[in-house]
Ligand binder design. Structure first.
Ligand SMILES: [Zn+2]
Length: 293
């Protein structure tokens, strides 16, 4: 892995950074190699692959990045929940071989599988003509199985109109076929990322309708995470108005966190800008690299 060298240097083009993207290892539509190629085609010089709860896509992405002469930042995105607040924690420069990380990821995957079994059972009771095999047909061997795979099986069976319809009517948070997932708390996720040598960062802190979409709430929410090793705050994200970028930057400054950003690119399965389509400050990768302990 690189020394985080963010500067393209030598009069080359300025770095174009995207620190948030998904592959088929979780719920993206492109294989790691395809994602890296697309990012390179869009002028991205530094790309983080941040699949949900798995590092399975990182080796292929790193090889592709090396072939194409761009920098891969190894990453992960961990789903957490506590007190009714869901927070995604990104981890940058994690060592995929760290035993503590892989032990927790294995546990999360097991629970994900059980959860999908439960959801399929509930859906069948509701009349959906799908089986577990139908769901797995939409996931690769190393994929962290998740609700989007269930949704696609429902679409293929003609039981719902499209993926959003599946979430709205059946498998969304309050849907009749929803099943709980394994819950890591946000501070636990931060400590886990640190234990794997990485830098934890709060992802997209202000989705619409989220209780944290308020500077005051976020200001009181962050200290326990900072205590647990939080190193950054995702300040640049698709759809964030400039005003939101500014108050997130101010919070990052206050807590000495690195302001990060990315597109959260998922490919064909979710509308988003192309890789590199969100402006991220050119020194961000170097600052994250320096924030490792
Ligand atoms: Zn994401």
């Amino acid at each position: 892995m690189t020394g985080g060298g963010a500067a393209a240097g030598d009069g080359g083009p300025p770095p174009r950074i995207d620190l948030h993207a998904h592959t088929t290892a979780s719920d993206g539509s492109l294989a790691p190699r395809e994602l890296v190629a697309l990012a390179a085609a869009h002028g991205v010089t530094h790309l983080a692959v941040t699949d949900h709860d798995t590092t399975a896509g990182l080796a292929e992405a790193a090889a592709a990045a090396q072939d194409l002469g761009i920098t891969l930042v190894p990453g992960i995105e961990l789903s957490t929940e506590a007190d009714g607040i869901s927070t995604d924690i990104l981890g940058y420069f994690v060592d995929p071989a760290a035993p503590a990380l892989q032990a927790v990821l294995a546990r999360i995957r097991t629970v994900r599988q059980t959860r999908v079994v439960t959801m399929v059972e509930r859906l069948r009771e509701l009349g959906a003509p799908i089986t577990l095999d139908d769901v797995y047909a939409f996931a690769g061997a190393d994929t962290a199985i998740a609700r989007p795979h269930v949704a696609r099986a429902l679409v293929a069976a003609g039981f719902v109109d499209d993926v959003p319809d599946a979430f709205r009517r059946y498998i969304g948070r309050h849907g009749p076929a929803y099943a709980e997932r394994y819950k890591l708390t946000a501070p636990e996720a931060c400590r886990l990322v640190r234990a794997a040598g990485g830098v934890p960062v709060v992802a997209h802190p202000t989705p619409p309708n989220d209780p944290l979409s308020d500077p005051k709430r976020l200001r009181t929410y962050l200290p326990p995470l900072v205590e647990a090793g939080l190193g950054g705050l995702e300040c640049y994200y698709p759809g964030y108005p400039r005003k939101v970028n500014r108050w997130l930057e101010a919070l990052a400054w206050h807590f000495r966190l690195v302001p990060t950003g990315g597109t959260d690119y998922h490919g064909a399965w979710r509308a988003s800008p192309p890789p590199g389509g969100v402006d991220v400050p050119p020194d961000t990768v170097a600052r994250l690299w320096a924030a490792r302990r």
